[in-house]
Each structure stands twice: as structure tokens, then as C-alpha cells.
Design a protein around this ligand. Sequence first.
Ligand code: ARG
Length: 285
Amino acid sequence: MSTTLPAPASTTVRTPSKRTVLMCRPDYFTVSYRINPWMHPEAPTDTSLAVRQWETLYQTYLDLGFDVHLIDPVEGLPDMVYAANGGFIIDNIAYGASFTYAERQPEGPAYMDWFRSNGFDVRVPENVNEGEGDFLLVGDVILAGTGFRTATNSHEELARIYGREVVTLELVNPSFYHLDTAIALLDPQPGFENPNIAYLPSAFSEASLAILRERFPDALLVNEEDAAVLGLNSFSDGYNIVIASRATDFGRQLRERGYNPIGVDLSELLLGGGGVKCCTLELRR
Ligand code: ARG
């Protein structure tokens, strides 16, 4: 008697692609105001530990062969380390950020200055948006979050600027206030067929969940424990996926699908409500 078993999913060959990113060393990181439920200004933070943990992420990217650019941190802008919020870039066009809260508003121009000096075609935003924190390029489509930070009129602005389909997704849990805390892109390679994602179902409204289920029937669903350490806030090159080391079940699911999860500990930056992806802005020339 012989039975033919399907090949285990882990034999899927995943091919990494080189990423180009922008980061900001957390030299001035602290928690001095509260704009999300993770932040407790009354509790102490350790800036030197934040820097050491960030250095580990930086080195991990260098070891993966990424091209990592750095923007100078600005004193008095403790959240500037979360570079993902600094803008959104496709085809060398940089759509600037316009922050919801006054505390972060000066970051918008600071990042736009960097984009300009580095040869990007900068579009000054007309509407409130927090960059790649709420925008995710998946294949040819831009998934766009709203509910806590980014306004839906910026989704329309984005569609006009890039001439791409923009899919609005509504976030409903204040702990998962940016799209990149609730969705992870697994296959970022340009032209990749059927790129897959991972997400936390409870972070989305019923209508948005229905869109995700329809568009991504094979998505990985991440549990509440892993989401609660911002496990979804990860960065993939198509094979290697840098995730929070404490997101163990997410790591297991990734290995099962043939990806290579690499855990890093950014516990200090989690005190500001950010993780791996928040510290990473993709530069697409
Ligand atoms: N303290 C920052 C804020 O609340 C954290 C930003 C995290 N960034 C992200 N891309 N999710 O705005």
C-alpha cells in the first residue's frame, strides 16, 4: 500500500530580493507624551538600550545585504526613530507625511527635506497621513489604513499621485492604530505573483475583514499574543522576515511556509508603540 503525501509547504522555494531602506537612530528616543495606548510617559525609558536594540536591527539589515540609508535624528522629536511614518515612496515619488498629532508634525518636513536632498520627487501632502505606517504596497495595489491616524482623503490623493488602486481598510483597535501593526507583507518582490500577507483579524472592521478574506484567502492569521508584541510589525525581503523575537507562533507559521524568520528584540522601542517595521521606511527608486 502506498500513499502519496503532498509535499510539505516548507519545500516552497522563497527567493530574497535586496531592499533599500531608510532608518533613524533613536539618539533622542524617549516617551514624553501619549498618543497611543502603548505609551506611558510616567514610566522611565532607557535611550542607550533603545539605541543598542536599534543597532541590532540595523546590523541585521546590513547582514542581509540591504542598502540602508540614515536620516539624522532631531532633538525634541523622540518618535522620529519610527521612519516608516516619514512618508511613502514608489517609483522615486515621495508622498510626504502630515501627522495627526502636533507632537510629531515637525517630522513631516524633516523627512521631506531628506527625500529632496536624496533625489526623490517630493509631493507635499494635502491631507493627513502617516506614511508607510498606514500604506502598504502589496503587488500593484496599495492597502491604506484609516481609523486612528491617516484620513481617507489622503487615500484619494495617493490614488491620484501613483495611478494605482488604493484599498481602504478600517482599523478598529486603538492598540493597532497603524496598518503596519495589523498587517505584515510577506512577499515584497516587485512583480511577485499573488503576494501574501499575515494579519490580525480582530484589528479590522467587519467590512474590511471581508475585503482581506476575499483578496488574501491564503493569508497567515496571527494570534493576539503575537500581535500584542507587535509581531506583525515585521520586514520581509521575500525569504528572510525580520520579526519581534517574542512572536513565536508567527515565527513557526512563517517557517512552515518556507520563510526564514529572524527575531530581534526591540522591547525599548515597543514602549513608544513601535517595532521592526515602524523603524523601517522602504525607498523604491
Ligand atoms: N509613538 C509613535 C506614534 O504613536 C509610534 C509610531 C509607530 N510607527 C508605526 N509605523 N506603526 O505615532
